[in-house]
Write a protein that binds this ligand. Structure first.
Ligand SMILES: NC(=O)c1ccc[n+]([C@@H]2O[C@H](COP(=O)([O-])OP(=O)(O)OC[C@H]3O[C@@H](n4cnc5c(N)ncnc54)[C@H](O)[C@@H]3O)[C@@H](O)[C@H]2O)c1
Length: 385
């Protein structure tokens, strides 16, 4: 599957969903470039042959292994990456290839734009979250002064190659983290894609065949690109793709980044659903959506819940970064979202308690997705304009 995305008059990114990275013409073409590879060293245990064969085809000038994970996402990692590029003397026309999860993609993209004022960049995302979201759209960021993604910029890669075979070795919680971003993108944009990709199956790695995984990744990328098409540099804060993210970063920060991004998005979507319920915007279908989310909560989602007495300082920090007001994405039903600003503190407090109750009483059963199958509300139709 090949999805070109025009970012401006001069730049284009090719998004490719594949099950054979090594056979992709884009990859074989990299063999003619002055290239360097930066990869998540965790992949050495899981995909040693694939990495070896990949390096043979690309014949990079040098390779650098880094340990993927949130602890990587800082300015020191960017500086180390720049030092590596300086040491090997990658030329202005060179290509830097990032292979790994969202943290590796963020750090490599950040450095690519700085070195010689902009190198060629290609990404090979290896987690579901990175294939669906982190490597899509050209945004990068690293954590700074305890704040999530405080520094970063936009730097669109030449190519993003999503090889589904990497996903076979993902731990269960990392798979769920990726599903959180899939729920996000479909829930705000397309009820049919939501149903086709996420309903009537077990929401775990074993619930997806290779074909259905390819479709999930390709549909998610397509929908994200559609939503970004009008605003590829995300100038507006009023973006549907922020669903679940108004508070997700706060949950990550308050946990000192022990809570994974995807887990924080599950909690963040729960809070925004609760706000939509308190505002009377959410239709009954949102209860069913929430049940699906409940089935994905991990122990860490509960462990790192932010107590209500912390809410005033949380809101103060969020509002100081957003002088024009805190925009929240509220769903009326799946595929039909609106952005609400200036929500009263009383409503947010009531929603906080509601979300806490949902989180603590939420079932863990993966079978809950079948709620959509039997629920008459799950016969989706296009939202009335
Ligand atoms: N730039 C953006 O637009 C954007 C969007 C969404 C998320 N993000 C960022 O992405 C990050 C989360 O990405 P992530 O979930 O990929 O995290 P990650 O990079 O930490 O990867 C998760 C874990 O999976 C391991 N891993 C990677 N590939 C693997 C594989 N194929 N098999 C087994 N293990 C593998 C990693 O070593 C790591 O331990 C967050 O920092 C988030 O802020 C960025």
């Amino acid at each position: 599957m090949h999805l070109p995305f025009q970012t401006d008059r001069h730049a284009r990114t090719d998004y490719i969903v594949s099950s054979d990275l090594l056979a992709e013409p884009a990859v074989t073409g990299w063999g003619n470039r002055d290239a360097a590879i930066i990869f998540d060293s965790t992949l050495e245990q899981h995909h040693p042959r694939l990495l070896e064969d990949f390096c043979r085809i690309v014949s990079p000038k040098a390779i650098l292994g880094v340990k993927g994970g949130e602890a990587l996402k800082n300015i020191d990692s960017v500086i180390r990456t720049l030092g590596f590029l300086a040491e090997i003397g990658l030329s202005k026309k060179g290509l830097i290839i990032g292979v790994g999860g969202g943290t590796v993609c963020d750090v490599v993209s950040f450095a690519a734009n700085l070195f010689r004022r902009g190198l060629g960049l290609a990404l090979v995302p290896t987690t579901l979250l990175a294939q669906i979201d982190a490597a899509v759209g050209g945004k990068n960021g690293v954590n700074f002064h305890g704040t999530k993604n405080l520094i970063g910029h936009f730097y669109h890669p030449e190519a993003v190659i999503c090889d589904i075979s990497f996903l076979q070795t993902l731990p269960g919680t990392e798979f769920v983290a990726g599903l959180a971003e899939a729920i996000k993108v479909f829930a705000v944009s397309d009820a049919r894609l939501f149903r086709d990709n996420l309903c009537n199956r077990e929401l775990s790695r074993s619930g997806f065949s290779m074909d259905s995984l390819s479709t999930l990744v390709a549909d998610s990328i397509r929908m994200k690109l559609d939503l970004l098409a009008e605003d590829p540099f995300e100038k507006s804060s009023r973006r549907l793709l922020n669903y679940g993210h108004a508070f997700a970063h706060t949950f990550e920060e308050e946990s000192n980044f022990a809570l994974a991004h995807g887990e924080a998005v599950l909690v963040g979507m729960t809070v925004e659903n609760a706000i939509a319920m308190e505002l009377g915007l959410a239709g009954p279908e949102i209860d069913t959506l929430q049940e699906l989310i409940n089935g994905l909560f991990t122990e860490d989602c509960r462990r790192y819940w932010i107590r209500r007495d912390r809410l005033p300082s949380v809101l103060a920090k969020l509002k100081s970064a957003r002088p024009h007001g805190l925009d929240l994405v509220c769903l009326r039903r799946v595929g039909d979202a609106e952005i609400v600003s200036e929500v009263d503190v009383d409503i947010i407090e009531a929603a906080w308690d509601r979300a806490h109750n949902i989180l603590m009483s939420g079932h863990q059963s993966k079978e809950l997705t079948s709620a959509f199958a039997s629920d008459p509300l799950c016969t989706y139709s296009a939202p009335v304009p």
